[in-house]
Design a binder for this molecule. Structure first.
Ligand code: HPA
Length: 280
């Protein structure tokens, strides 16, 4: 059987070449993925250059409302960034290799650190709608692993460690800055399901019992691949809805985007302060 990943490296380098021919020597040291309703965080980019996904060879194209679909290049607090304004979800029908392809491209362009954000449902009873959660760790319950198939050792090891998937030093920085800025910051475990339906009450309960604080439909594949490529990762969830055992309420995608847009402003503040503390 021929796996599509056999020529992954060639396709990655094709994308990298095409991008590099448009960014005039710009080398991003940081990558940022903006989740549902968080695309506006890209407004802080200085002199951004936008490349629509469809103009990048081998890139998948985004389909979900609320996801802009651009790769942006520019500086945030003086640091060179590449920003994904909108991500690819497994539930949209993409293969895991496609979902995570842009992460590999961003690493090959020079990004050593990845900052990820998402909208998530809270299952920790101490959480409130609109809370910001620093991701301490994750539980991967997606039905497919992005590293399945032949491994290209020039991209990363066959059996990558996930013991520090969300870098402890970066998390400590985020925590202390949030405290200094008086930004309430929860911390917890993110569990990924494939979606696209939201969870039944029994499923939210299961997520909690399994040891998670929040549940969502993204991020974990990208973080696995970022770790495979040797990147340091920092992750945040905007808690757009909270499962209440005593009174389960429905959630809609519109609610998720609305809360995310609002709470995302606070995340923007924290990110800006944080980025100023990072090496150039
Ligand atoms: N479940 C899964 N994904 C989500 C949720 C949720 O409750 N809220 C935002 N993204």
């Amino acid at each position: 059987m021929v796996y599509p990943s056999q020529d992954l490296k060639r396709r990655l380098l094709q994308s990298v070449d095409a991008i590099q021919s448009r960014i005039q020597g710009f080398e991003p040291h940081y990558a940022l993925i903006l989740g549902s309703g968080l695309g506006h965080l890209a407004e802080h980019l200085e002199q951004p250059l936008a490349i629509p996904y469809w103009e990048i060879p081998n890139f998948p194209v985004s389909t979900v409302a609320g996801h802009a679909g651009n790769l942006l290049f520019g500086r945030l607090a003086g640091r060179p960034f590449v920003v994904m304004q909108g991500r690819f979800h497994y539930y949209e029908g993409y293969a895991m290799e496609e979902v995570t392809f842009p992460v590999r491209v961003m690493k090959l362009l020079g990004a050593k650190t990845l900052i990820v954000s998402n909208a998530a449902g809270g299952v920790n009873p101490h959480f409130q709608v609109g809370d910001l959660m620093l991701i301490r760790d994750h539980i991967n319950l997606m039905p497919e692993n992005p590293l399945r198939g032949p491994n290209d050792p020039s991209l990363g090891p066959r059996f990558p460690s996930m013991h520090n998937a969300y870098d402890a030093t970066l998390r400590q920085k985020a925590r202390s800055l949030a405290e200094a800025l008086d930004i309430p910051l929860k911390e917890g475990v993110y569990l990924a399901l494939q979606g696209p339906n939201l969870e039944t009450p029994a499923e939210y309960r299961m997520v909690r019992i399994l040891g998670a604080d929040a549940v969502g439909m993204s991020t974990v594949p990208e973080v696995i691949v970022a770790n495979h490529m040797g990147m340091s990762v920092l992750g945040f969830s905007v808690i757009t809805n909270v499962f209440r055992e005593e009174a389960p309420e429905p959630t809609t995608h519109e609610d998720v985007v609305a809360v995310s847009e609002k709470a995302g402003k606070v995340l923007g503040q924290l990110l800006e302060a944080l980025i100023q503390e990072l090496p150039e």
